[in-house]
Design a protein around this ligand. Structure first.
Ligand SMILES: Nc1ncnc2c1ncn2[C@@H]1O[C@H](COP(=O)(O)OP(=O)(O)OP(=O)(O)O)[C@@H](O)[C@H]1O
Ligand SMILES: [Mg+2]
Length: 368
């Protein structure tokens, strides 16, 4: 039957792809597929792909204007993607495109930008929100008390939220985001504008949510801050995901992709360009084509630092490549110069690369 076929196609389209990572038992709860958002001709979010497994905490980290809030607003359906898909687990245990029937999807909770509250008490605000979300009426009061206690705000239950400190209001925003017991919690800059003590409290809060088995997607421009609580980091810059992995793997990956080569003498100025061109060509074969390193020189295999007369070599990280690269460099510098050291840096590069990303973008006031 023609209609049967169409129904089947529609069903296949609405529940796409494997939801279990083979052999791991990990279940996908959200998948961003080639997600893109343009504002006119400006590409704010550029073809991003992120898979989120149940119970994971993912940090979306990038400088001001990188595209974090835009991504989150698309997940919250406050913005429509220009192209690409957002797939979310539905109650039948399948992935379903976000533009389908919302009621079938697992529940989401959001904290977007700085939360705005009406001139009401903590209790009134939370009760109003729970009712608007059709939370079971008879459970509302006990749920509000439970969360106010968990976040140490119970004492202020009947105080107006407008009198709360910034940290307390941010906690209220987080309480609101988890009030109706969502499976996926999406937090945009939860530590924005908070002092160190309040930021620590927010981290503790995220840890509490992890203990409850929640899947958390948290955007931040503070790599150091957020990496403490995340299982994985997605680095975003200029709308593109430049790396997505566990912090451990990101650091390993970055370390292994760089080699340092120290020369005894500087390369004479007149030979500089030709020498670097030649080395770039010879090392092209070993360049890392898999991952885009967010540094200005990532299109080249080598960077020469004349003051220190050393090279940084960006390569594919393979063991066998290292020996071959050394041979190439030794033959290049055998007659009129000498390689005095050839090594892999031991320090973490992740923070450094992220700082370079931030420096490229002028910070703006007020956030996205
Ligand atoms: N409605 C809009 N119209 C036009 N451009 C927009 C709009 N919303 C965002 N942008 C632009 O898209 C880019 C990404 O913005 P976004 O708010 O997603 O960044 P962000 O990573 O959240 O930054 P921040 O750390 O400052 O919050 C920015 O250059 C921003 O100016
Ligand atoms: Mg933002």
């Amino acid at each position: 039957m023609e209609t049967d076929k169409l129904n089947r196609i529609a069903e296949e389209k609405s529940s796409i792809g494997p939801i279990e990572k083979v052999g791991t038992g990990l279940k996908t709860v959200m998948r961003l597929e080639n997600l893109t958002k343009k504002f006119g001709s400006f590409i704010a979010v550029n073809n991003i792909n992120i898979e989120v497994y149940e119970g994971e905490t993912i940090g979306l980290v990038g400088p001001n204007g990188a595209g974090k809030t835009t991504t989150i607003k698309m997940i919250a359906k406050l913005l429509r993607p220009t192209s690409g898909k957002i797939l979310v687990l539905n109650k039948a245990g399948k992935l379903q495109a976000l533009n389908g029937n919302d009621k079938d999807l697992v529940r989401f909770g959001f904290l977007i930008d700085q939360p705005f509250f009406y001139d009401m008490t903590a209790y009134q605000i939370l009760r109003y929100f729970a009712r608007s979300q059709n939370y079971q009426k008879e459970k509302i009061n006990s749920r509000i008390d439970e969360l106010l206690k968990l976040f140490k705000l119970f004492k202020w239950k009947h105080e107006k939220v407008n009198t709360f400190s910034k940290g307390m209001r941010q906690k209220m925003g987080i309480i609101q985001s988890i009030l109706v017991d969502p499976q996926i919690i999406i937090l945009d800059e939860p530590q924005t504008g908070l002092d160190p003590k309040a930021r620590i409290e927010i981290r503790a809060t995220i840890r509490e949510l992890q203990k409850l088995g929640k899947t958390i997607f948290v955007a931040s421009h503070m790599l150091h801050e957020i990496s403490e609580v995340c299982d994985k980091i997605a680095l975003i810059n200029n709308g593109k995901i430049v790396a997505f992995d566990t912090i451990e793997n990101l650091e390993k990956n970055l370390k292994e992709k760089e080699l340092h080569c120290q020369l005894l003498y500087p390369i004479p100025h007149k030979d500089l360009e030709s020498t670097i061109d030649r080395i770039n060509q010879k090392l092209e074969h070993y360049a890392n084509h898999n991952i885009e390193v967010p540094t200005p020189e990532h299109n080249h295999s080598v960077k020469y630092n004349p003051e220190e007369q050393n090279f940084t070599i960006y390569y594919d990280g393979k063991r066998e490549s290292r020996g071959e690269i050394l041979e190439i460099l030794m033959s290049e510098f055998k007659s009129n110069n000498k390689i005095i050291s050839f090594s892999q840096p031991k320090t973490s590069k992740l923070e450094q690369i992220y700082l370079e990303m931030i420096l490229e973008d002028q910070p703006r006031d007020g956030g996205g």
